[in-house]
Design a protein around this ligand. Structure first.
Ligand code: MLT
Ligand code: ZN
Length: 469
């Protein structure tokens, strides 16, 4: 009887041929860390995890998966929070009938010399944000993006979800950092625009289209990154407020007077209390207040006098000022530990949304009022961008009604269901809340044109569930 190789074995052999035996992980314990996301809400089974080391190997993986009709889930540092970088599980996350392969991009770590004249650098998709920051600073520049997961999150994934972070109010989201991209399309073709030309309007802007597409239109392999001036002189203020409603007027008073404003974050005392307990550290201010704003100014010369003047003009009398790096780090740690402290208390419903600045406080109140009895609602985020991180502890993580309630309130307050984490699989079925039928149809047409077999990150951003509303 002739020997017939089963399809799954053929796939694994094809993947081994593409990236080498050592870079195809098939054992359960080897795959496991790649199959569940940071929130523990999203997980699924992959036939294999592949770790290509070159763009050509990525192309070979996509061709192999296309030949075998296997879905591909691109993954960076696996710090995503919307299920976009892990295999699909059950119906709630757009269950996938085909085999799935995780395409781990962390081996693409090439980092070129900084070009000081253009203030740009070319980097592999697997370079972490932290590594880029160190590299840029050594050349007297900076990455222009920052957030807590800097040492794990990778540049390809940052571009794929158009990440935001704490410096977006000054430098824009990651989209503003993209001077060019290299990516592999679903059929294995490589598209490359890495010259970094500031003026290049020859045809459709494919890098712009791939930015924020969450791995559904192509796999980003290299990024031409636009750097920003390095500002070493920093001053930080933590301002206690009687309520969140006082945060928007504060920003409105400060912003025009403080050209060096580099970050403007908000927290509430519920979140701060959880963080203090989690870290076992004392409160930064007594008495505690219902809400706080964290304002950072950064410049080449000491920005403290400008910060103090701006606070005075805004009528702020009480603020904790940190102007040396140890005390700044202590205050930033209280803000950046929110995600970790919340996660240590349970598996939260976690919704990254954006609302107009004046709607921020009413929206947060409405969310709190709408949550089931016993739920613990913690909001924090990036005031300067109207970007709110809603975290709800208590209700069953699988209870979709909590997410739906929050996202409907977002729409009612004129906001967006996704600000900086992406739509992923978590919010695909809610896209219609803040995108019109015409917009969703146009997105569907683009997806069908670039990935006709639907192998790239199926179920993320746009899917049958999106259309079903
Ligand atoms: C943050 O701003 O801390 C991050 O976006 C993470 C989060 O929302 O949990
Ligand atoms: Zn954030």
């Amino acid at each position: 009887m002739p020997h017939v190789t089963p399809p799954a074995t053929q796939l694994i052999e094809a993947l081994r041929g593409a990236v080498g035996d050592a870079h195809v992980l098939v054992e359960d314990d080897m795959r496991a860390p790649f199959e569940i996301d940071w929130t523990r809400r999203w997980s699924g089974r992959a036939a294999a995890v592949v770790q290509p080391g070159t763009t050509e190997a990525v192309a070979a993986v996509l061709r192999a998966c296309g030949d075998h009709d296997v879905a591909v889930v691109p993954q960076g540092g696996n710090t995503g929070l919307v299920g976009a970088g892990v295999p699909r599980g059950g119906p709630a996350d757009g269950s996938e009938r085909r085999e799935q392969v995780v395409l781990s991009m962390t081996r693409l770590v090439g980092l070129d010399d900084v070009d000081a004249a253009s203030m740009q650098v070319s980097a592999g998709a697997g370079v972490t944000l932290g590594a880029l920051q160190v590299h840029a600073r050594a050349a007297g520049l900076d990455a222009g993006v920052d957030f807590g997961a800097r040492d794990s999150a990778t540049l390809g994934a940052l571009v794929a979800c158009d990440a935001g972070g704490i410096r977006a109010l000054r430098h824009g989201t990651v989209r503003a950092r993209v001077a060019g991209l290299e990516a592999v399309l679903a059929d294995g073709q490589v598209v490359r625009r890495m010259s970094g030309l500031l003026k290049d309007n020859a045809g459709y802007d494919l890098p712009a289209l791939l930015t924020g597409s969450e791995g559904t239109l192509g796999v980003i392999t290299r990024v031409r990154w636009r750097l920003v001036p390095r500002h070493d002189a920093r001053a930080l203020a933590l301002i206690p407020l009687p309520g969140l409603a006082d945060a928007a007027p504060l920003l409105r008073a400060v912003r025009p007077r403080l050209a060096s404003l580099d970050a403007c974050e908000f927290l509430t005392d519920d979140g701060l209390g959880l963080v203090l307990e989690h870290l076992g550290v004392p409160a930064p201010v007594e008495p505690r207040a219902p809400a706080y704003v964290l304002l950072e100014a950064a410049a080449t010369a000491d920005p403290l006098p400008d910060l103090a003047d701006a606070l005075e003009a805004a009528g702020i009398e009480d603020a904790v000022i940190a102007d040396d790096s140890a005390s700044r780090e202590r205050l930033w740690r209280l803000r950046e530990s929110h995600t970790e402290a919340i996660s240590a208390a349970g598996v939260p419903h976690k919704l990254d949304v954006g609302v107009p600045l004046d709607a921020l406080a009413p929206f947060c109140d409405a969310v709190r009022d709408a949550m089931p009895a016993g739920a613990r609602t913690i909001v924090f985020g990036h005031l300067g961008d109207g970007n709110v991180h809603v975290n709800v502890l208590g209700p069953d993580p699988a209870d979709g009604s909590v997410d739906e309630t929050v996202l409907r309130l977002v729409a009612e307050h004129g906001g967006t269901i996704s600000a900086e984490h992406g739509v992923g699989v978590a919010k695909a079925r809610f896209l219609h809340l803040t995108r019109s039928d015409a917009e969703i149809a146009a997105m569907g047409a683009i997806k069908a044109a670039l990935d006709p077999r639907g192998i790239l990150n199926p179920g993320a951003v746009i899917s049958e569930r999106t259309a079903a509303g």
